[in-house]
Write a protein that binds this ligand. Structure first.
Ligand SMILES: Cc1ncc(COP(=O)(O)O)c(C=O)c1O
Length: 427
């Protein structure tokens, strides 16, 4: 029998048995633009951003959207219009952000391996602040700032060494990870910074991981990092900013993450009033704002298993293959009549056994040529996509007030070879 099929993604609804996303018929989009295709809901991005923004209830803060989660120009423009900045992890992201209209003074730059060229580029663009992660990196920032006769603001990324119940690949604040300065070495690190003339430490930063669905680890991290402030001040260094990173989880299936309001109101009490707060949400802003639509190519039965082979793959959405992540998968069109459900492994065309989108999913029978939606794929979906197997990256679409428009064209075969050169054989 048909089980209840309920979308998890807000703004995604069955109307007369067919899925609409922010009032747009999904079939009308795929008929025009083909599949696989990412679709984002503008109103959901705006709502999520405002939820975060309002959670600070008047306290001075800056939202720097973690653009690694989704760096499409149109999404960056929405963030910009809402007054947000960005958290970047590469020179490429700085370039992209500035071209999308983000002001350099709203850019914070984290990452353990910023190259000399990237550091020079960031300084030349006058970004707001670096989140530094090692002494070697500080030496390069100092040298590059000196050569430009500029003073560069930095925050020190602290690893507060807290445990988080998330996938180990996205846990960044536990003991022994490559991120940040271990908390016990923080004071010594600030003493080292005092020897620098062109680098000014103004803040502390932490980011303990992603898809965290409890408040506890954030609270522990905040308390631990805030406890450093008096010691740093006593060295004659004024801490004006605390960057609390991102990491708030979303509901992919049945998770119950706290709201930004609950999270922020709990931790904010432990941050001294004079400290300005920066935060870097990524997944929370865009995760449930996006879906991936794919066409069923073939059915294949192997012993007792039913494979549903679709035209999206790990090259479009790597999270299931990479982190064993769960995304709800539902049909675009409900069957006309009640019928038995089928257990499917939903897989893509790529030559890897890890190329699956969902395993053991109960769905009504879906025919070849029909469509499925892979839900809550707005974060770390397109931005982690690749051209593996020489597959073209898919189109991206925005839905807004009942209309849709393309925000990135599907790549072409020609795009795949654009940068390559045929050299003469060395005979
Ligand atoms: C430094 C930093 N800040 C913010 C984020 C965003 O995390 P999330 O998307 O979980 O909010 C990340 C993601 O890994 C990160 O590395």
């Amino acid at each position: 029998m048909n089980l209840q099929i309920t979308p998890v993604t807000p703004n995604l609804k069955y109307v007369k048995g067919k899925l609409q996303f922010e009032l747009v018929d999904i079939l009308s989009i795929v008929r025009k633009l083909g599949t696989p295709v990412y679709i984002y809901s503008k109103s959901q991005i705006v709502e999520n951003y405002k939820n975060y923004d309002e959670a600070f209830s008047g306290r001075e803060h800056m939202i720097c959207f973690a653009m690694k989660s989704n760096s499409n120009f149109e999404i960056l423009k929405i963030i910009h219009r809402l007054g947000g900045g960005v958290d970047v992890t590469s020179g490429g992201e700085i370039y992209r952000a500035i071209n999308a209209g983000i002001k350099p003074q709203k850019i914070v730059y984290a990452g353990v391996g910023k190259t000399e060229q990237e550091i020079e580029f960031a300084i030349s663009k006058n970004i707001f602040m670096f989140n530094v992660e090692s002494k070697d990196e500080v030496d390069v920032i100092e040298a590059k700032s000196k050569s430009k006769n500029k003073n560069t603001k930095i925050a020190v990324r602290i690893n507060p060494e807290v445990r988080t119940k998330t996938h180990s690949y996205i846990s960044t604040g536990e003991e022994g990870t490559k991120f940040g300065i271990p908390i016990q070495d923080a004071i010594e690190f600030f003493k080292y910074l005092k020897t620098k003339k062109f680098v000014t430490p103004v803040g502390l930063h932490f980011h303990i991981g992603s898809q965290i669905t409890e408040i506890e680890p954030f609270l522990i991290a905040t308390k631990k990092v805030v406890s450093l402030i008096p010691y740093i001040n006593s060295l004659g260094i004024k801490i004006s900013y605390l960057n609390i990173g991102g990491g708030l989880g979303i509901r992919y299936f049945n998770e119950t993450p706290p709201s930004p309001k609950k999270l922020i109101s709990t931790i904010i009490k432990h941050i001294p009033q004079q400290i300005k707060i920066i935060c870097e949400p990524g997944r929370y802003i865009v995760g449930n704002s996006g879906i991936l639509v794919s066409k069923v190519l073939y059915h294949k039965k192997v012993r007792t298993k039913n494979f549903l082979i679709i035209d999206a793959s790990m090259t479009d959405l790597i999270r299931p293959a990479f982190y064993n992540a769960y995304h709800n998968i539902i049909p675009v069109k409900l069957p006309d009549k009640i019928q038995p459900m089928v257990k499917y492994d939903i897989v893509g065309p790529v030559c890897e056994t890890s190329d699956f989108l969902g395993k053991q999913r109960m769905l009504p029978e879906i025919k070849n040529g029909e469509y499925v939606v892979i839900e809550c794929t707005g974060a770390y979906g397109f931005s982690m996509s690749s051209n593996y197997n020489s597959r073209v990256r898919c189109a991206e679409v925005m839905v807004d007030k009942g209309r849709f428009y393309t925000i990135r064209d599907r790549e072409t075969y020609h795009d795949l070879i654009l940068k390559e050169k045929l050299t003469k054989d060395n005979v």
